[in-house]
Write a protein that binds this ligand. Structure first.
Ligand SMILES: Cc1ncc(COP(=O)(O)O)c(C=O)c1O
Length: 796
């Protein structure tokens, strides 16, 4: 129903103008008893436009007698009453006021007031609890406020009423009508800000809001209408601003009221939204508009406050105090910008959906879990014996979201192991980019398409020096294989130097450079020389030796000499920038410059394998090599580059590419295809917009410090190391001898898997816990992981 009457004479406005009812407590007591049959002592409650009394009955629950403002449209009151009755029918346990019937079976009753006017009275159940107004909201409580708004909206989903779209000053969809009151804002600069916002709202926002799903919403989930107990919302009251509007508008009030005085208002807004999203998933279009609906709410509050001050100058201090907060918030959002707010919200919402329940360790877990033995056998027959499954009790996964892997039974496991879904499993931006491009064009690099150049430019912009040419392939192994061809072609040499416990991939050439996977007695190839990993914890040279980085670098001299003795000069030295298969080692400062210098002096190239360490994972830098003040000759990229889409790249110098192309051709049929380029661009966008590198730095530091604290009580922890969100926990049987606790590491990882937290194991002794989650891992996930590890170490 569209409002028809002129706004300034509308009933909605006159409710604020008309004098509130003024019944005495004894009159209220009489009404409660005569009309509703409640014998109770009566205590006045605060109300802006109505009159409310708490009824403390001698024998039974308390009630609230509501005497409505006489200017309130009876149809609107009926709308509110019917809404509460609807909720009581569809979700009787939801903590909202329930309507009491009068002695003659109605839901309201009209009484004559002391001034001769008639007033509609209703009695609602009284909800106990403290008002959120009086409590400091924690992140958990903010999430629950969002969830509470969503629960009320869910209960109202099937409800309608003829005046559901009545005139309401606080309805965001009617924000444009504020123009009629805008002259009450005396400060001309501020007035212009609101006018400009309304112009933007009418042209840009309103058409989008009109296209969203709409229903009756509470529209006032504010601090004064929310009851809490500790970190939980225990009730939502006051259906006085109920309106039919886009669902997402319900977030405007809690966000605009609850975030300003917090340390990080954007994150607080994201927490409230994520709480909502956990109950009712919001689409990306809805999430993007949160920014503007909160601004609209501020504009409404500011304009109404200015108008009311002009009518009630005696209350100006009180009214304008609240108005000042809305100004601050409006300015804060203006500075933060829509992209940042949207990105934070989206990140907070990743994985917040409640269609899964976190897996927890329980005595009945064995019984609950599906018997996978038949699948394991079928897999063995069809895929051969080479493919290992993780965990003693493998996971049968069905879907994933953010940091969560969800099994076929709907249980969610905190994924602290998978680095491929770098920006979070199934990130909507990446999925959208992939789907749209797959539905538009997918071809190969023998044609022009814009995304190939756009993506190459973006990638190169992150690289230093002369690293200015991209070559696209489909896996990390292929990237390292291509790097090998480039190095041989450019140097004319055929020898390779690799770390003795390295892994660089699965092609024949690269497997030779991957002693970690050789096992089974396969000898190192004649053209390959190995050097020890620069392990300052249990290697030959240790951190307490100030020269240890140089001593490890000197091993390159031996390798070069050994190659020479076999008739080879080095074409390339391969280095993983976090030495993962060597036990999650961060190369020590000084190691790379010294090692690179030796390799180059011997005529070789330096290949930085960033397949695991790249794209901001190490926190302080986008690429692992940047921490060491060197520029490699070739950089290989894979895994996180496509967030799960098969893509990889080599970045190198024009001269090196020229050397290869002068000798042979390079082409990869699906490498760099349009879908890959769009996916790659989306991944870069998300890393930037959601500030994931900074997140890796912050959450990684927190997690390392929590894990180090665990070492105070668990002697099994010998060392905690890593960078950003790439962390190793070295388990030892004896801190003095550093004897690797291999069996214990296996037990820990399996115990944690049963507790719903997934980590891995790495290192030559299979005793280093490997923690390498998607970069959307946050503080709460870090806590959950630390608690699970604590539990495992106490139990195994
Ligand atoms: C450091 C490193 N380089 C290269 C590879 C090979 O990548 P892909 O498995 O995509 O071929 C891996 C895979 O684990 C790796 O960890």
């Amino acid at each position: 129903m569209t409002p028809t009457s002129h706004f300034s004479h509308s009933p909605a406005a006159s409710v604020l103008e008309a004098k509130a009812p003024a019944f005495s407590t004894s009159e209220a007591e009489e009404i409660a008893q005569r009309v509703f049959g409640i014998v109770a002592s009566v205590h006045p409650l605060d109300s802006e436009r109505d009159q409310n009394f708490r009824l403390c009955a001698d024998d039974g629950p308390d009630w609230v007698l509501k005497i409505a403002n006489p200017a309130e449209d009876p149809a609107v009151l009926d709308f509110q009453t019917e809404a509460m009755l609807h909720i009581a029918r569809v979700d009787p346990d939801l903590a909202v006021p329930h309507v009491k019937t009068t002695l003659d079976g109605n839901h309201s009753h009209s009484v004559e007031g002391p001034d001769g006017r008639r007033f509609i009275t209703r009695v609602l159940s009284f909800l106990p609890g403290a008002l959120l107004n009086d409590a400091a909201a924690s992140p958990a409580l903010r999430r629950d406020v969002g969830a509470a708004a969503a629960r009320v909206a869910r209960a109202l989903r099937g409800f309608f009423h003829p005046v559901a779209r009545h005139e309401l000053l606080w309805d965001i969809m009617q924000a444009s009508r504020l123009r009629e009151r805008i002259h009450h804002i005396e400060d001309l600069t501020r007035r212009r800000v609101i006018e400009n916002f309304l112009d933007h709202f009418d042209v840009e926002v309103l058409p989008q809001l009109r296209g969203l799903r709409a229903q009756v919403i509470h529209n006032d989930v504010s601090a004064k209408n929310t009851l809490v107990d500790g970190e939980r919302v225990t009730g939502t009251i006051d259906f006085g601003d109920l309106i039919h509007a886009p669902l997402v508008c319900d977030l405007a009030v809690p966000i605009s009221e609850l975030i300003l005085e917090t340390d990080d208002p954007t994150s607080s807004a994201a927490e409230i939204t994520a709480g909502y999203h956990a109950v009712t998933a919001l689409s990306d279009d809805e999430l993007r508009l949160v920014f503007d609906i909160v601004r609209a709410r501020c504009a409404i509050a500011i304009t109404i406050a200015s108008w009311r001050v002009s009518d009630h100058p005696e209350n100006s201090e009180y009214i304008m105090d609240g108005e000042g907060k809305f100004w601050e918030l409006l300015q804060y959002f203006q500075e933060a910008g829509q992209d940042l707010v949207h990105a934070r919200i989206r990140r907070a919402c990743a994985g917040a959906r409640s269609w899964f329940v976190p897996a927890t360790r329980s005595a009945t877990l064995d019984a609950e879990e599906e018997d996978l033995q038949p699948l394991v056998e079928r897999r063995l027959r069809r895929l051969g014996p080479g493919l290992e499954l993780s965990y003693d009790r493998p996971l049968h996964v069905a879907r994933a979201e953010g940091v969560w892997l969800i099994d076929a039974a709907g249980r969610a496991f905190l994924d602290a192991y998978n680095n491929v879904p770098h920006v979070g499993h199934c990130h909507p931006t990446v999925v959208d980019a992939l789907a749209q491009q797959a539905a538009t064009l997918s071809t190969n690099t023998r044609y022009f398409y814009d995304s190939l150049l756009e993506y190459s430019d973006r990638l190169i912009a992150t690289m230093p020096g002369d690293l200015s040419v991209c070559m696209f392939v489909c896996s990390g192994s292929e990237a390292n294989d291509l790097a090998w061809r480039l190095a041989k072609a450019h140097t004319g040499n055929a020898g390779a130097i690799t770390i003795e416990s390295a892994y660089h991939g699965t092609t024949d050439a690269v497997f030779e450079l991957s002693p970690a996977e050789h096992g089974k007695g396969r000898p190192i190839a004649e053209h390959v020389a190995t050097v020890p990993a620069p392990d300052g914890y249990r290697g030959q040279f240790r951190r307490d030796d100030p020269q240890y980085a140089d001593r490890y670098a000197s091993c390159l001299d031996d390798a070069i000499e050994s190659l020479g003795n076999r008739g080879f000069a080095p074409a390339a030295f391969y280095l993983d920038l976090i030495l993962s298969s060597s036990g999650i080692l961060v190369p020590p400062p000084g190691y790379l410059p010294a090692a690179f210098e030796k390799v180059r002096s011997a005529g070789g190239l330096c290949v930085a394998d960033e397949v695991q360490s790249g794209f901001g994972r190490t926190g302080d830098h986008f690429w692992g090599f940047e921490a060491h003040g060197v520029v490699p000759d070739i950089v290989t990229l894979g895994k996180p580059i496509g967030n799960g889409y098969s893509m990889a790249a080599v970045v190198t110098t024009p001269a090196i590419v020229r050397s290869l192309i002068d000798q042979s051709e390079f082409f990869s049929t699906t490498g760099g295809n349009p879908v890959a380029c769009k996916v790659g661009l989306a991944v870069l966008d998300v890393i930037e917009q959601e500030e994931l590198q900074a997140n890796a730095s912050r959450v990684g530091a927190l997690l390392r410090s929590r894990l180090s604290s665990l070492a105070d009580k668990h002697t099994l922890i010998g060392d905690v190391r890593g960078a950003g969100l790439f962390i190793g926990v070295d388990l030892v049987r004896d801190r003095a001898t550093r004897e690797p606790a291999t069996a214990e590491a296996g037990a820990v990882v399996n115990w944690m898997r049963d507790a719903g937290v997934l980590i891995g194991i790495d290192g030559p002794n299979a005793n280093v816990l490997k923690i390498r989650p998607p970069l959307v891992f946050d503080e709460t996930h870090a806590e959950q992981l630390t608690d699970a590890l604590d539990g495992a170490l106490r139990t195994i």
